[in-house]
Design a protein. Structure first.
Length: 424
């Protein structure tokens, strides 16, 4: 049995795939700088794809997490900008919402499963020698369900007492850490301003909110208690609310609940036909959807940039391979003269194109992963690496080599051996 031929030598009837790869590697090694520069387009394209998809998926995951922390199927009703005595007033200063609005929502919108009025303010919270300035929220029992607040310490049955006027308080995790450290706060008495409250629970941490705020830097007290004991100095109208939060029965019911909210509130607020509403209804799902759409558009734009880079890289490969065919016409003629057929010649040049493209793809993958991790660390961007995307990028690199290498390889295979041997 004859020994295997070395790379670069063709034996009639004995050209194996490994021999073709060896000859392709030998040819590329002879012009390594040109081959590297040719692969730059592929490198940039693959790296851009990985960075773009990693940041895009990370952002999407962050948005999904934000939505879950904001509360599912949630609609907020707040006062709108308006005018009082000819002077523009901010929504925080215009208490157009009332308890009667809340009761109308409960009675007339069956798919509004959870409804809670909210009033808010800020105060100094004191426990013995420890104190902390935080915001308080006066809420009703449904608030905890709508906004997905659960307890890390305490019994959730205490939420039912938030319908009364008891001086109970649930602490956010940040407030608990500032006032109590690692000690158990349940049953302790703290002062909110000058009013004593009994701690009945500590909420599970939620972290950063959709607007960058610390959601855990808050305390929750019963709505009526907040009105009577914490808001007297504001001289609010009877039954005034700063916000109404509504939990729909399901995601599918959200559009119907929102439309019914507008109808009911226009009636209870006595807004004339065609008149400007003195309230606003905000669907948080729509807010996150808008941000998702922005992310999608950015992903498409970045994907287009990556695609253009790959096309440019592929054209570069085609160009260099055509130059290589022109430079190696005599070599091609010699190979054909010693028994290499058109298929072997075509396979060799295709192998060279694929090796350039695949090599560029491997380097691009390494740069893309490093770039994505760097963007997450330095740029504080959410990053989520996906092995399927990396595998897809590898497939794109191979496909680029095949597509743009086919024409030069076919041109080389169609050369006439005699004419090729005459070339100088």
């Amino acid at each position: 049995m004859s020994p295997n031929p070395p790379p670069g030598r063709v034996v009639p009837g004995h050209v194996r795939f490994i021999d073709i790869l060896g000859m392709a590697a030998f040819a590329l090694r002879g012009n390594w700088l040109r081959s590297t520069l040719t692969a730059l387009g592929v490198i940039i394209g693959i790296a851009a794809v990985i960075v773009m998809v990693s940041v895009g998926q990370g952002t999407q995951a962050q948005l999904d997490d934000t939505l879950s922390r904001l509360g599912s199927n949630r609609i907020d009703v707040m006062p709108n900008w308006g005018r009082r005595a000819g002077v523009s007033m901010a929504s925080s200063s215009l208490f157009s919402l009332r308890t009667t609005d809340l009761e109308a929502i409960r009675e007339r919108i069956p798919e509004a499963r959870y409804v809670s009025g909210i009033v808010t303010g800020s105060a100094q919270v004191i426990n013995a020698e420890q104190n902390w300035s935080t915001r308080w929220q006066g809420v009703q029992p449904d608030f905890f369900v709508v906004q997905d607040w659960t307890l890390a310490m305490g019994d959730s049955s205490e939420f039912a007492q938030f319908d009364g006027v008891d001086t109970l308080v649930v602490l956010g995790q940040t407030v608990r850490d500032k006032l109590f450290g690692d000690t158990d706060p349940l049953g302790a008495t703290i002062r909110v301003g000058r009013v004593p409250f009994t701690v009945v629970g500590v909420a599970n941490p939620k972290g950063q909110g959709g607007w960058g705020n610390d959601q855990d830097d808050a305390i929750f007290v019963p709505l009526e208690t907040a009105r009577r004991r914490l808001m007297g100095q504001l001289q609010l109208p009877p039954g005034a609310l700063m916000q109404i939060t509504v939990g729909a029965a399901s995601a599918a019911a959200m559009p119907r609940v929102e439309a019914q909210l507008l109808e009911v509130l226009r009636e209870t607020q006595r807004v004339p036909p065609g008149g400007e509403e003195n309230f606003q209804v905000r669907n948080l799902t729509q807010l996150v959807s808008a941000r998702n759409e922005t992310t999608r558009v950015m992903s498409v734009l970045l994907g287009a940039v990556a695609g253009i880079s790959l096309i440019v890289g592929g054209i570069g490969i085609m160009n260099i391979m055509l130059v290589s065919v022109t430079e190696r016409i005599r070599e091609i003629g010699l190979r054909m003269a010693v028994g290499a057929g058109p298929k072997e010649i075509q396979r060799q040049f295709l192998a060279e194109a694929m090796m350039i493209s695949l090599g560029g793809g491997v380097i691009g993958i390494a740069i893309g992963i490093a770039g994505a991790l760097l963007a997450g660390r330095i740029g504080a961007l959410p990053v989520e690496l996906n092995m399927q995307v990396i595998a897809l990028a590898t497939g794109f690199a191979i496909a680029t080599g095949l597509f743009f290498g086919y024409y030069p390889a076919r041109k080389a295979a169609q050369l006439d051996p005699i004419e090729a041997l005459r070339a100088q």
